[in-house]
Design a protein around this ligand. Structure first.
Ligand code: BTN
Length: 214
């Protein structure tokens, strides 16, 4: 995996798109800071120095969102030496209910992008978010985070039972949840199917936000 490092960018996903369009693959774009960091559902991803902002450009794969969520969750666990993180569908990584990382996957004709934001040593003011530094009481080298991330990615791309592994880390599965869809809010028991779609009482959900877990 080739790593391309930048200081300040708009969004690493945008650089990834440019390079992917030119045929580059199996690369990881990393930036120290983003000034137009993007989150899911057109949200902004505040990207100050100290956090990890990175985007993989990869061959198309339907299992990518699950692999990346597991990869980031395992990376967080290894850096904190504890099985502490959990996945909130589709790919938020939480520690004790607070968000420590988010993932923005984007698909194009010939390649996929997985953009990853991990709160490492950056300051976060949101009550609903945390950082690795806050959790560990010490700061981390971003190089170590990148290294761990790539190692986990390479291991998990070869994992046969990604869905099974994802189920273990996604603690809301089997519980009653409330999900906000584009035009409605629904509730029911959460499961995921073999393709990674959320299933709420048998209804297949491809995009939405889980707003409550009972
Ligand atoms: C989310 O939780 O809404 C997803 C956040 C994804 C943020 C990362 S940071 C690196 C990459 N570049 C972006 O502009 N977004 C993703």
């Amino acid at each position: 995996m080739e790593i391309l490092e930048f200081k300040i960018v708009g969004s690493t996903n945008d650089i990834a798109k440019k390079l992917g369009t030119k045929g580059r693959k199996n690369i990881l774009i990393v930036a120290e800071k983003q000034i137009k960091g993007r989150g899911r559902n057109d949200r902004t991803w505040v990207s100050n120095v100290g956090g990890l902002y990175a985007s993989f450009v990869l061959d198309k794969s339907s299992k990518l969102p699950l692999v990346i969520a597991l990869c980031v969750s395992e990376t967080v666990n290894q850096l904190l030496s504890s099985e502490i993180s959990e996945i909130k569908w589709p790919n938020d990584i939480l520690i004790k209910g607070k968000k420590v990382a988010g993932i923005l996957c984007e698909g194009y004709k010939n390649f996929d992008i997985a953009g990853i934001g991990i709160n490492v040593n950056n300051r976060v003011d949101l009550e609903s978010a945390t950082t690795l530094e806050k959790e560990a009481g010490k700061s981390f080298l971003l190089g170590d985070v990148i290294h761990t991330l790539i190692e986990n990615f390479q291991k998990l791309m070869n994992e046969k039972n990604v869905v099974q592994e994802y189920r273990k880390s996604c603690k809301m599965l089997g519980k009653k949840v409330v999900v906000k869809l584009q035009n409605e809010v629904i509730s029911g028991t959460a499961e995921i199917d073999e393709a990674g779609y959320l299933m709420i009482d048998g209804k297949r959900i491809s995009a939405g936000d889980v707003i409550r877990v009972m």
